[in-house]
Design a protein around this ligand. Structure first.
Ligand code: ADP
Ligand code: MG
Length: 302
């Protein structure tokens, strides 16, 4: 459905039928390790029976410690990997069907951790134009798309710059623009801020939020920075290839002990509020930001 129609209907308060963007059924993936002669040495079940239903326009965050299966799951979302068992449908298309692969990759763009591996152009605008050019988009439209995409991530002023001279956060926003220029319905970002400084992380998260809120693009943000999931509609926590927790950020952050059991670092302010609660101060559960903490503290003191 066209974004402006969706926005119009939402403004009118009409409930839309939620379309699935990504749906998995008992999705399982095993890496098979072989020795030099090709004999099977071992098997790692990296994704283990995952059932997910991500709707069009959702902002989803996936959390989990290292090795919990996040990247393996993400690679199924644009058919880089194909399930060992179970199924995954992207925009209604089965990723196991070879003839869908091109369409799936057009629908679901991927952004990875290291921006240096994703930028290939000598000039920012050229780099962003590569995707649509490969898709056979007419030249005039490519330039329109490049302009729109760079504006959407706040990098239009840098269009004539060399990507090499940009900061990490700027480079990562250029790689996001490169994906956007292919007009995907969905963007999967696999720890896009892991290699960035705090400023770069903020820039990237802000850009990602805008894509979701303004352009209505479905966002799947994989991260292990808990504070980045605050704006998500829904959070999934993975462990040993399985989805172990699922809920709004507030519901997830209310379960501090459970998160720590799953080896996740809970934000300082959430821990502090939880300690205060345990000591008898009536803070609410699942405080996520310093702002929320301060507001509640002021209420308690006044
Ligand atoms: P995460 O992204 O959460 O860190 P991964 O999906 O990368 O998790 O890894 C899940 C499991 O699969 C880990 O045990 C990891 O060692 C294993 N694994 C990941 N990639 C490969 C690979 N290419 N070959 C073999 N095992 C792998
Ligand atoms: Mg990973």
């Amino acid at each position: 459905m066209k974004v402006y129609i969706r926005h119009f209907l939402q403004k009118k308060g009409w409930k839309l039928i939620d379309m699935s963007m990504i749906k998995t059924k008992k999705l399982t993936f095993e890496y098979i390790h072989r020795d030099e002669e090709g004999n099977v040495e071992g098997i790692t079940k990296a994704v283990d029976g995952v059932d997910l239903d991500i709707k069009e326009g959702d902002f989803i965050a996936i959390l989990g410690h290292n090795g919990s299966g996040k990247s393996t799951l993400a690679k199924h979302m644009n058919a880089i990997l194909s399930p060992s068992e179970g199924t995954i449908y992207v925009a209604g298309m089965d990723t196991r069907d070879e003839k869908n692969i091109w369409d799936i990759r057009k629908n679901a763009g991927m952004v990875f951790q290291n921006p240096d591996n994703q930028i290939i152009g000598q000039v920012v605008e050229e780099d962003v134009g590569f995707g649509p050019e490969n898709m056979g988009v007419p030249t005039k439209e490519i330039w329109q798309r490049v302009e729109e995409s760079l504006k959407a991530v706040g990098m239009y002023a840098y269009r004539k710059h060399s990507p090499n001279k940009l900061s990490g956060g700027q480079k990562q926003r250029v790689s996001i623009a490169g994906v956007l220029a292919m007009h995907p319905k969905c963007i999967v970002l696999d720890e896009p801020t892991a290699m960035l400084d705090p400023q770069g992380r903020k820039e990237v998260i802000r850009a990602v939020r805008a894509l979701n809120e303004v352009e209505n693009i479905t966002v799947i943000l994989i991260t292990h920075y808990m504070e980045e999931v605050v704006y998500a509609d829904k959070v999934f926590v993975m462990d040993k290839g399985q989805i172990r927790m699922e809920g709004t950020p507030k519901e997830i952050f209310s379960q501090v002990d459970e998160l720590q059991k799953l080896r996740l670092t809970v934000p300082q302010v959430t821990l502090l509020a939880e300690e205060c609660r345990k000591a008898g101060m009536p803070f609410s559960k699942g405080i996520l930001t310093t702002k929320e903490f301060m507001e509640e503290l002021q209420c308690l003191l006044s």
